[in-house]
Design a protein around this ligand. Structure first.
Ligand SMILES: O=C(O)CCC(=O)C(=O)O
Ligand SMILES: [Fe+2]
Length: 361
């Protein structure tokens, strides 16, 4: 059969089709194709419209907090990279990102402090949220969203495993139960001559195993684009009621490049109103070693030949600082990424590794 060499649209995966035995096999086949050939999908009929609508509702209110209220929960206060950061404080692909964001996570204590600071430094990434002075409605919406998405991400992952001919719980031991949620506002450029139109620069997701993204503005508010193999940027226009799901770098590593973490970006050109989004990153276990990541499913994925291109060849193009870098664990590689993208936070809390992380390329 002639295969499409590349993608020009993002597939839609209807989750409700997994509950009906007559539609499930085709759903799994579609999902497999999506994971191996695209790396991005729209998930519809996820049954989470209550919590997604609540987030859509509260985002403008959250970002309408005063600069003082935002400052009280500034990211710089947090060794866990949880809190508020303003426009142009994060850099991606060497350029400032024109977006402001609140980062939250699953409720947790300060794991590293609690352990007497004896564990590896990356444990310090896990800790408590900083809550701005918001209504209980806003706080409740965020907390429920994290909890619902945590459940959905586990359900989704068992389908992914099945689609890849693995047993449903094959990925559980790669995960942590500490998941992150980034709530984002992208402002429109101030004039047509404004050259600062990078919402977020081209990147592969490094924070999560899978990312679940809610595009939380109207259907006409575009900006998210993904890069196909031809080098074309494909729009991921919002589809009402959908979540956009994409593969993170660690998953690409573990599947030996059979499933690709696809490069994406947000551009602000032509944006006339605020664009809101919520990115949920399914947490990865920090103690995951490079050997564990590459060896656990090697046999399965090296034998993969679903489209006449065995994984052994595909795996050579797996591109990840985790594989190339000098850090043995996912946690340390993740800490390096965080420190490099939020250098002020890194300098304040991670002095002992800051120089090393900044120098190494
Ligand atoms: O806001 C978006 O649409 C995408 C955000 C994103 O790619 C990220 O934060 O990793
Ligand atoms: Fe991303």
């Amino acid at each position: 059969m002639e295969r499409t060499p590349d993608f020009s649209t993002i597939p839609v995966i209807d989750l409700s089709r997994c509950y009906d035995p007559s539609t499930r096999p085709k759903l799994l086949a579609d999902l497999r194709h999506t994971l191996t050939d695209v790396g991005f999908l729209y998930l519809i009929n996820h049954r989470l419209s209550d919590v997604t609508n609540a987030i859509i509702d509260i985002l403008p209110q959250l970002f309408a907090l005063s600069p003082e209220q935002k400052c009280e929960v500034a990211l710089i206060n947090s060794p866990h990279f949880l809190g508020y950061s303003g426009e142009a404080t994060e850099t991606t692909a060497g350029q400032p990102d024109m977006r402001e964001q609140f980062e939250f996570a699953t409720a947790s204590s300060d794991v590293w402090e609690d352990g007497g600071r004896k564990g590896p430094l990356f444990q310090r990434l896990q800790g408590p949220n900083q809550w701005p002075r918001v209504s209980s409605k806003i706080r409740g919406a965020i907390t429920s969203y994290i909890s619902s998405l945590s459940d959905l991400s586990i359900t989704f992952l068992s389908l992914v495993a099945e689609a890849l001919n693995l047993s449903p719980d094959s990925f559980g031991h790669f995960l942590s139960n500490f998941n992150r949620l980034k709530l984002i506002r992208y402002p429109p450029p101030t004039s047509t001559r404004d050259t600062k139109t990078q919402g977020v620069g081209p990147h592969k997701d490094s924070s999560g195993w899978f990312t679940f993204l809610l595009q939380a503005s109207g259907p006409d508010v575009k900006g998210l684009q993904v890069l196909n193999k031809n080098g074309d940027w494909i729009d991921v226009a919002p589809i009402e009621g959908s979540l956009v799901v994409n593969i993170g770098q660690a998953f690409e590593v573990v599947t030996h490049g059979v499933c690709k973490a696809t490069v994406h970006r947000v551009i602000l050109d032509g944006l006339r109103e605020d664009r809101y989004s919520a990115a949920f990153f399914q947490g990865i276990r920090g103690s995951l070693t490079r050997t564990e990541a590459t060896e656990t499913l090697r046999h399965h994925f090296e034998g993969w030949d679903a489209k006449g291109k065995p994984a052994a060849i595909a795996a050579q193009d797996v591109e990840s600082p985790f594989l190339r870098g000098k850090y043995e664990t996912w946690g340390e590689s993740q800490l390096r990424t965080k420190v490099r993208s939020h250098q002020d936070v890194g300098r304040r809390w991670y002095q002992e590794v800051w120089d090393g992380y900044m120098e190494d390329v």
